[in-house]
Write a protein that binds this ligand. Sequence first.
Ligand code: AHR
Length: 511
Amino acid sequence: MTHARITIDRDFTIADVPHRLFGSFVEHMGRCVYTGIFEPGHPAADARGFRTDVLELVRELGPTVIRYPGGNFVSGYRWEDGVGPIADRPVRMDGAWHTIETNAFGLHEFMDWSREAEVEVMEAINLGTRGVEEARALVEYANHPGGTYWSDLRRRNGAEDPFGITLWCLGNELDGPWQIGHKTAAEYGRLAQETAKAMKLVDDSIELVAVGSSNRGMPTFGTWEHTVLTHAYDEVDYISMHAYYEEHDGDVASFLAEGVDMDTFIDGVVSTIDAVKAAGKHRKQVNISFDEWNVWYASRYNDVEAAAIAALGWHEHPRLIEDVYSVTDAVVVGTLLHSLLRHGDRVKIANQAQLVNVIAPILSEEGGPAWRQAIFWPFARMARMAKGRILRLAVSSTQTPTARFGDVDEVDAVATWDEESGRIALFLANRSLDSEATVDLDLRGLSATAVHSAEVLAVPDGGDRHSANTLDAQRTVGLRPLEGVALDDGVVRLTLPALSWSAVELEVARS
Ligand code: AHR
C-alpha cells in the first residue's frame, strides 16, 4: 500500500499563481490551424471559417495565452504573406514541415480567433531567415495606432484598432541544427539583443522572450543560456524552455517520474539566469517562459514519420504527430503541470504544445467531430481551479525506484489557496501502477469545512493504462467522482486509485 502525508501551512507560500502558466500553442503545422481551429465549409464553422465546436472545447480547456505561429515554422515565415486580401496571398513552401502553406489564415484571422477563444496572443517573430527590420515592422503593424506606413496598412487591411500584442518570442529553437537559420549562442545573443532593442523602440510596453535551449539534452544546454543572457539580459524579460517527454523501452516508472526531470531542468535554468544577473550586476529579474512542453512520442516522428512526410511530397496540412494519449500520458501531463506550478515564482509563462491535432488535448476530423484527449483533463481542471497563492507543501511519501531518477515519491502533489473564494485546490498523482494510495492531509492555520469537489482520472472499467479516447470512442477516459474524501478533526483523508490523477477542492476557514 502506498501512503503519503502532506502538510499544508497557510503561511508557507511560493508565489501568486501566474495567470499565463496555463498557456497553449497554435503552430502552422500539420492540422493544428487548417482543419483544426480553421475549416471553412465545416458544418460547425462560422462565417470566418472558425470551427465553433473546437472553439467550445478550447474555452472549456481554458488556456489563458496562446503562442503563434510557430515553432519551427516561424523560422522561415514571412508574416506579410498572411495579411491583406486572401486571394492575393502567396502560396509558399514551408521547409520546416515539408508542407504547402496557403496563407489563408494569418495574423488578422488569429487575432479574431483569439478574441473568440478569450486568450492573450503571444506572437513569435522569425529570427531564422529574417531579422531586426521585419521584427520592428511587425510590432509597428500590430501595435501602433496609425499614421505610419505599417500601422496604416493594418487599418487598410480591416483592423482600425491596434492589436495590442504584449508578449513576443524572439525566434524559436535557434540552438537546434534542424532549425532554419540555426545559430551559435553568440550569433543569436547579439541578434536577440538588437532585435529586442528595435522592437522596444517601436513599443516600450512589450515583453520579450529570448530563445533558450530546445531541450535539456542539447550539447550547448547551460552555455547557450549563459551566452545569450550575457548579451541580452537588459533587453529581454524571459528566457524560453522546451521539453517533451515519452515512455522509452517500456520504462514506465521513469516516464511517470518525468516531473522530476522538469524540476531539475527548471532549477538549472534559474541558476544560470541568476548567475548572469549577479555577474552583470543587473537589478531586474529575468524569468522563464516554458513555451513548449508536453508528452510527445518524438522518437516515432524522428524514426518513421519525418521520412514518410518527405516521401509524400508537398501537400497542404498533412497529418503530423497526431499522438493519441493514454491514461498513463494523462497522469504524466498532470505531474508536469505540478512541476510548473511548484516553480510559479520563476516560471511565469508556460504553453502546452500544441492545442489541436498536433500533440494536442483536442482532436478534430476534417468535416467531422472534435473531442477531448485524456490529457485534456488535468490541464482543464488546473487552469480553472489553481487560483490565489501556490502553497509550499511538505510531502512525505512512499518511495518508488526508477532507473533514471533513483527513488521518487509515489504520490506527487501541489496545492493553491484562494483566500477570496475560501478554497484550497489540491492536485495529486498516484504513480503506483498497482497500488492505491492513502493520503493524510494536515492543514495548519486553516481548517477544512467541506469538500467542494473531488474528481479522479484513472484506468476506466474494463480498460488498462493504455486506454485512450478515439474517434469511435470519444469518452473512454475522463474524470469521475473521487469517492470517500473524509474530513476528520482537521485532517483530510483521501484514497487515490492506482495510476491516477485527482483534483480536489476544499472549503477552508482560517483557524
Ligand atoms: O511542437 C512541435 C515542434 O517542436 C515545434 O515546432 C518546435 O519548436 C519543437 O521542436
